[in-house]
Design a protein. Structure first.
Length: 404
C-alpha cells in the first residue's frame, strides 16, 4: 500500500536535517564566514554540554568506533556497534567520512575526547517526532517487538510504545504471536512526557483507510457486476462478505438454489458474489448473491420436461398430500392429491405414468397429474370406439358374402 504523506517512517531521523546552529560547513565553503562557522561550532558544543541531540560530521571509522568532529578542534567517539548491530555480518553499513549523524553526549574518554551515543540520539529524535505526530495528528510507523498482557510493545524509532489489543485491529486479534515482528502504522493517542510513555492506536488508521475504500468502492459498484469477497461472518440467516473494504449481506434465499446450507460456508473463505442491490444512502445495506452466479436448475427441468408431455417413473412416497415418484436418479415428480386418479391404487415401488403440468421452482421437481393422464387415455379409447366403420368397397358390394 502506498505510504501516507503524513506517515513518519522508521528512517525519518535520517531525513531530519541539522538544526540551526549545528556545525555543517567546513571553512572555505563558498558563502560561509568564519564568524558563522564559529557560532555553529559553539551551538554544537552547547547542545552536547546540555546532553541534547547534535548533528556532527564523521571524520573516520575504526574497527570499533566512529570518530566525529564536535567542534573547537575536539573529537568524539561513538561505538561502531551502535550503527552496525553485528560487526561480523552487518545489517546496516557503517557511516562514511563526511556523513552527518545525530549524537548525544554520554561522558568523557580517557586521554581526552567525548563519549557519544548515536542510539540515544535516535531515541530522543524518535520521541520528539512522536510528540509532534500526536500534536499534529500524524501517523507513525513502528515495529511490533513483543506481545504482552493486554496488548503489544511497539518500537517507534527507538521509543517503546504500548498498543492495546483492543486498538490493534478492526476485529479481535486471534493469534497475538503473528503480529510480533510486523510493521504497523498507528496514531499516537496518548503521551506521558514524565514517564516517556506512548499509547498507540492501529485501529484508528485501519478505520480511516476502510472508510476511504468504502466510499471509493460504493461509487464504483454497479448492480449485476461480480466481485470477489471474503466471508467475515456466518449465521443461519445470512453471510457477511467483505468485498475489499465494503461489507455486504447474502441472505439465506440468495445462498443457493433450493434449501440453503450456511454450514457449507466458512469464515475467511473467498468466493465470487453478484451485486444485487447497491446502497444509495449512508446506512443502507449492500445485498449480494451467490446462487445468481449459478444456473437455475428449474430452467433445465423446464426445457427437458415440456408441459403436457408424458413422464413415467417409480413411486417413492404416498400420502394424503399426494404421490411422489422418481423419474431418474436426479429428478423427482409430485402429483398433488387433487391431480391423483382415484381409480388407481398407489403403492411404493409401483410404476406410474403422468402428464407434466409444469415445474415447481421452489422444490425443483416436476408437477404432474395421473388424473389428466387417465382422462386423455380414456378420451382416446372413446374416440377409437366411436370412430365410424369404413365404407364398403365396390368388390364387397358386387360379391355378397356367402350365407352358408
Amino acid at each position: 500500500m502506498e505510504q501516507s504523506k503524513t506517515d513518519l517512517n522508521t528512517g525519518a531521523w535520517e531525513k531530519a536535517g541539522p538544526e540551526t546552529g549545528d556545525a555543517e560547513n567546513e571553512p572555505g565553503h563558498e558563502g560561509e564566514t568564519m564568524e558563522a562557522l564559529l557560532a555553529q561550532q559553539a551551538a554544537t558544543s552547547e547542545k552536547l554540554a546540555e546532553h541534547k541531540v547534535a548533528w556532527v560530521k564523521v571524520i573516520a571509522v575504526t574497527k570499533d568506533a566512529v570518530l566525529v568532529d564536535v567542534g573547537e578542534k575536539n573529537e568524539g567517539a561513538v561505538p561502531l556497534v551502535e550503527f552496525v548491530s553485528d560487526l561480523s555480518t552487518p545489517n546496516h553499513p557503517a557511516p562514511t567520512p563526511g556523513q552527518r549523524v545525530p549524537v548525544i553526549k554520554v561522558g568523557g574518554l580517557k586521554g581526552g575526547g567525548i563519549a557519544l551515543s548515536h542510539l540515544k540520539a535516535k531515541i530522543e529524535l524518535g520521541w520528539e517526532m512522536a510528540v509532534k505526530a500526536h500534536a499534529e495528528k500524524q501517523r507513525v510507523r513502528g515495529l511490533v517487538s513483543s506481545s504482552v498482557k493486554g496488548g503489544f510493545i511497539v518500537d517507534v524509532q527507538g521509543v517503546q510504545a504500548f498498543l492495546p489489543a483492543s486498538l490493534a485491529d478492526l476485529r479481535p486479534v486471534r493469534d497475538p504471536k503473528k503480529m510480533v515482528g510486523t510493521g504497523v502504522r498507528c496514531y499516537v493517542i496518548e503521551v506521558n512526557a514524565s514517564k516517556r510513555q506512548l499509547v498507540l492506536s492501529r485501529k484508528a488508521v485501519l478505520e480511516e483507510e476502510a472508510g476511504k475504500r468504502k466510499v471509493k468502492i460504493t461509487s464504483e459498484l454497479r448492480p449485476g457486476e461480480v466481485r470477489i469477497g471474503r466471508i467475515v461472518r456466518v449465521s443461519s440467516e445470512s453471510l457477511i462478505i467483505d468485498i475489499g473494504g465494503l461489507e455486504g449481506m447474502v441472505r439465506a434465499p440468495d445462498m443457493a438454489w433450493g434449501k440453503p446450507d450456511p454450514a457449507a460456508f466458512e469464515r475467511g473463505q473467498k468466493l465470487k458474489v453478484k451485486v444485487l442491490v447497491k446502497p444509495e444512502k449512508e446506512g443502507e445495506i449492500l445485498f449480494l448473491g451467490i446462487k445468481q452466479l449459478q444456473p437455475n436448475p428449474a430452467d433445465a427441468l423446464k426445457r427437458r420436461f415440456i408441459a403436457k408431455s408424458t413422464v413415467s417413473g417409480k413411486i417413492t412416497e404416498v400420502g394424503a398430500h399426494g404421490v411422489r415418484f422418481e423419474i431418474d436418479s436426479k429428478t423427482n415428480a409430485f402429483v398433488p392429491a387433487a391431480e391423483c386418479d382415484t381409480d388407481i391404487v398407489y403403492k411404493i415401488g409401483d410404476p406410474i405414468k403422468a402428464i407434466v403440468l409444469g415445474v415447481d421452482f421452489a422444490n425443483f421437481e416436476i408437477r404432474a397429474s395421473t388424473l389428466k393422464f387417465s382422462e386423455i387415455h380414456d378420451r382416446k379409447r372413446v374416440a377409437q370406439y366411436m370412430k365410424a366403420p369404413p365404407p364398403l368397397t365396390l368388390g364387397q358390394l358386387l360379391s355378397p358374402e356367402d350365407k352358408g
